[in-house]
Design a protein around this ligand. Structure first.
Ligand code: FAD
Length: 406
């Protein structure tokens, strides 16, 4: 027998819950169900942000916020004017969750626990009478345009459902994308985003945990980013690297994650300027050992390693540096080449670049342009962001827009 609802939302993740709650809050008469394939809902919320859930980012201008989205920058402008990060803060506050801002702009629940967000969503769905049905993996959907009846039919492995409107919030699920392809939707090929670079190099081997502000470029591409760079046991991570992995998700995938980067540990200072500065230091510190103390704003251990890599031994005095050694050192400081061989998962947050082609979605409503009464929310569409709370913001904004439209 069919179970009958006004609205069915497939996917019990961030986007699915936010959409469901907003729909019923706006129209309590609607009978809404969330179908979740897993035994538990909101699994990604639970592990997000290292268990703290980085809910959003303290960037309150829609035109600024869009700049954090390698995919979706143009399309999110309108939606963010409807529901932006400030609205997220208000929404959670109204639902009993206070958020706090960290120094880097990331926003977390004051409790520092993702469980607070989960509890908030579960309490709201219960209060509003939204049915949350777990263990329901949607296998097929039948389009009303095909059946001729004005209703969507949804089949899971055990149950059949019907609904007037269908919302897909299944995240990055290849099976659902395949299903949508059979309905004519184009899917942009999914590739990973937000990963760290695997690098084996004597210059950084002994330096896990060392961090510095740096500019990183991927050779033979236009990819470049500046920010904190963290040396890890496997290679390099930190915002500078994660930003590159997001903006370059497709290019780096095509290179099979084998490429060369150049690192400028002095950011915008070029090799000539660095050499000039080194010559001044040679005069000022003539009798001191070069490797003893970093004259730049980064850790001593890194300085020692770069000095060593420039062919300067630990006892050499500034006054004794040859022209060649000075050039080597300025080159190591501003243009050090590192070979990347593969990638690793960034445990705090990762996403998939790719999904439903943005051209096929009406961003005023998040409805499919191909099929009436079919809506999308969250990571299922070809939108993703750099790390920092932006990916959840996309889930909240798209969920809000679907709810508003319905
Ligand atoms: C480890 C980790 C940490 C992260 N931390 C952060 C963070 O701190 N801040 C941030 O902004 N972003 C973070 N992200 C990204 C963020 O989690 C995602 O962008 C967000 O969860 C997307 O929400 P969604 O609802 O679209 O998809 P999901 O959260 O993936 O939810 C989709 C749901 O649909 C269900 N589903 C799929 N197919 C079916 C089917 N056929 N039938 C029924 N159900 C189905 C899935 O089981 C899942 O529960 C993190 C990601 C990871 C992996």
């Amino acid at each position: 027998m069919n179970q009958d609802f006004d609205i069915i939302i497939v996917g019990g993740g961030a986007a699915g819950f936010f959409t469901a709650i907003n729909i019923v809050e706006k129209n309590p008469k609607l009978k809404v169900a969330i179908l979740e394939r897993g035994a538990e809902v909101l699994q990604k919320v639970r592990i997000s942000g290292g268990g703290r859930c980085n809910v959003t980012h303290a960037c309150f201008e829609p035109n600024e916020l869009v700049k954090f989205y390698p995919r979706g920058e143009k399309e999110l402008r309108g939606p963010f004017h409807q529901f932006c990060s400030g609205d997220t803060i208000d929404w959670f506050e109204k639902h009993g969750v206070e958020l706090k801002i960290e120094d880097d702009g990331r926003m977390f629940p004051v409790s520092n626990s993702s469980q607070t967000i989960i509890d908030c969503f579960l309490q709201a769905t219960q209060k509003l009478g939204i049915k949350v049905l777990t263990g329901q993996s949607v296998q097929s959907i039948f389009n009303p345009e095909i059946s001729g009846e004005n209703i969507w039919k949804i089949e899971t492995q055990t149950e059949n459902y019907v609904a007037e409107k269908l919302i897909l919030a299944t995240g990055s699920n290849p099976k659902v994308w395949e299903m949508l392809q059979t309905y004519g939707h184009a899917i942009v090929n999914p590739v990973p985003s937000l990963f760290t670079f695997n690098i084996k190099d004597p210059r950084i081997k002994e330096l896990p945990g060392v961090a510095a502000l740096a500019t990183v470029k991927v050779k033979d591409t236009k990819l470049e980013s500046t920010g904190p760079l963290l040396i890890t046991h496997w290679g390099m991570s930190g915002p500078a690297v994660l930003k590159l992995s997001a903006w370059g998700a497709r290019i780096l995938h095509d290179k099979n994650y084998q490429f060369t980067i150049s690192v400028n540990w002095l950011n915008d200072v070029d090799a000539d300027e660095a050499e000039k500065k080194l010559k001044e230091l040679k005069q000022e510190h003539a009798k001191k050992a070069v490797s003893k103390k970093s004259p730049f704003d980064f850790p001593n251990r890194l300085w020692e390693s770069l000095v060593h890599a420039s062919g300067i031994d630990s006892e050499t005095k500034w006054a004794d540096l040859s022209k060649m050694q000075l050039q080597n050192l300025s080159n190591q400081l501003t243009n050090g080449s590192f070979q990347v061989n593969g990638k690793s998962t960034f445990k705090e947050e990762f996403v998939t670049a790719g999904g439903i082609d943005l051209k096929e979605i009406n961003f005023k409503t998040m409805e499919s342009k191909l099929h009436a009464n079919l809506y999308f929310a969250g990571e299922i569409v070809n939108i993703d962001a750099i790390t920092g709370g932006f990916n959840f913001q996309n889930a909240w904004t798209s969920g809000f827009i679907v709810a508003n439209a319905i």
